[in-house]
Ligand binder design. Structure first.
Ligand code: 6PG
Length: 480
């Protein structure tokens, strides 16, 4: 019996997605890997999946019912291009090639364009949830034509994560839309992880708490508004003890964060689109700074306060109040990271002609993906009204969280600065927050300077139009 769908690339993510498809979709699955032995091993290890193993792309094409569907689960970049090239030669018009990797949305758009003449459909699907998600139910963000979506839906619905009877898969828009929102998902993930790590540092270096004590705080936070997958795993990680040394695991992990690039893309695309995403960008910069080992070694000589744990000087009540403040600062930081991400998606959608339903997107992020969080229920509710807000910032719950938590964010950042504890995520979030609520800030002076040195013109507050002051002449004003 031929297969109905193929998974190309049998690394951890590909294997798990293939097993998920075999188990849930009711279709036979073919697997292919350039390392044929790896695909054969997968089939041997999981005989219940009844995988068909292909020896090469032509063999694969022969093993699939037409029109064919193949899901690429290979590394983004050159490997994806090579796999598409191989398949394009073996496949026929009407077949669909799906890229399930973390590809840049611009690459996805370009690949779709390149395949246009062949009649082969191309879809870029953002898949989130890590290894476990791929196996048990990821969140799936589909970019591609309506035809491709209709063909893929019966395959993807059964394997996606579920919230009640709602499935975490949606057609986000054409061409690169799925990979665009996956990129922003990862940007929010970076911001969330950075803010969580700063909260941890404040509890450890500011309040002198131990990792197991902080694990309890995170476990407690995970029972309330902050409930999320990342808070949950943070509690788990902080509770873990290194077998070799008996020390808290987090203390033996080198303090240098790595990144594969999707957070940087979110920041770069924010810059390209003129959208301010400082919490996301700071999360990327912080990882870079953490890994600049030599620079940090030199930095150790610089003056300034060193973190001094205050635990001894605080009463239990004061300590509890400080923990609550840090939790509120974290919540507002998280909400603001979503505000930034959703703003970038809205502007990106307008730029690329995608009609992205922000409420539906929040809906499919409620399960399966890395940023799944209780907060997303409130985002879904905010957009599920007859006249949805223009952007997330306009949602009532955002104002409610801001009203309640802004003082805590402010106090937390001030405390951190006073103690010399770096909190780039929280402090840039506060600057963003204050920037949003400033009626007249520093930009007027920048415009005046631009006109002064380069005749770049300015708008006036009192009447419409574009103006220039004749700075080198009589300083009269002309309308341009
Ligand atoms: C997901 C994740 C995943 C990402 C990893 C690692 O949604 O399942 O976002 O796509 O690749 O989290 O990312 P970094 O290596 O860049 O931290």
């Amino acid at each position: 019996m031929k297969a109905d769908v193929a998974v190309i690339g049998t690394g951890v993510m590909g294997s798990n997605l293939a097993r998920n498809l075999a188990r849930e979709s009711g279709r036979r699955v073919a697997v292919y890997d350039r390392d044929v032995e790896r695909a054969q091993n997968l089939a041997q290890d999981f005989p219940e999946a009844d995988f068909l193993v292909a020896a090469d792309p032509t063999d694969l094409a022969g093993k699939l019912n037409q029109p064919r569907v193949a899901i690429l689960m290979v590394n983004a970049g050159g490997a994806t291009d090579a796999a598409i090239g191989d398949l394009a030669e073996a496949f026929a018009p009407g077949d669909i090639i799906v890229d399930g990797g973390n590809s840049h949305f611009r690459d996805t758009i370009a690949r779709g364009t390149r395949l246009e003449g062949t009649g082969i459909e191309f879809a870029g699907v953002g898949i989130s949830g890590g290894e476990v998600g791929a196996l048990l139910g990821p969140s799936l963000m589909v970019g591609g034509s309506e035809t491709a979506w209709q063909r893929l839906r019966p395959l993807l619905d059964p394997i996606a994560a579920k919230v009640g009877d709602e499935v975490c898969v949606d057609h986000i828009g054409t061409d690169g839309a799925g990979h665009f929102v996956k990129m922003v998902h990862n940007g929010i993930e970076y911001a969330d992880m950075q803010l969580i790590s700063e909260a941890f540092t404040l509890l450890r270096d500011g309040l002198g708490m131990t990792p197991p004590e902080i694990a309890e705080v995170f476990a407690d936070w995970n029972t309330g508004e902050l409930e999320s997958y990342l808070i949950e795993i943070t509690a788990d990680v902080l509770d873990h003890v290194d077998e070799a040394t008996g020390r808290p695991f987090v203390d033996i992990v080198a303090d240098a964060a790595k990144a594969k690039g999707t957070g940087a893309w979110t920041a770069q695309v924010g810059l390209d689109l003129g959208v301010s995403v400082p919490t996301i960008a700071e999360a990327v910069f912080s990882r870079s700074l953490s890994s600049a080992v030599d620079l940090r070694a030199q930095g150790l000589r610089l003056a300034g306060p060193r973190p001094v744990a205050e635990s001894s000087s605080l009463s239990p009540d004061e300590r509890a109040a400080r923990i609550e403040e840090i939790g509120e600062a974290l919540l507002l930081g998280k909400v603001m990271a979503y505000v930034q991400g959703f703003h970038e998606i809205a502007v990106g959608a307008a730029e690329h002609g995608w009609d992205i339903d922000l409420g539906a997107l929040a809906g499919i992020w409620r399960a399966g993906c890395i940023i799944r969080a209780r907060l997303l229920d409130r985002i879904v509710e905010a957009f599920d009204v007859p006249t949805p807000p223009e952007n997330l910032l306009a949602a009532d719950f955002v104002r409610e969280v801001a009203d309640r938590c802004q003082e805590s964010l402010r106090t937390t950042v001030v405390e951190a600065i006073g103690h010399g504890i770096a909190v780039p995520g929280l402090s840039s979030t506060l600057a963003y927050f204050d920037g949003l609520r400033t009626e007249a800030g520093s930009a007027a002076l920048i415009q005046a300077q631009r006109d002064r040195f380069g005749s770049h013109t300015y708008a006036r507050t009192d009447r419409p139009g574009t103006f220039h002051t004749l700075w080198s002449g009589d300083r009269g004003e002309v309308e341009v």
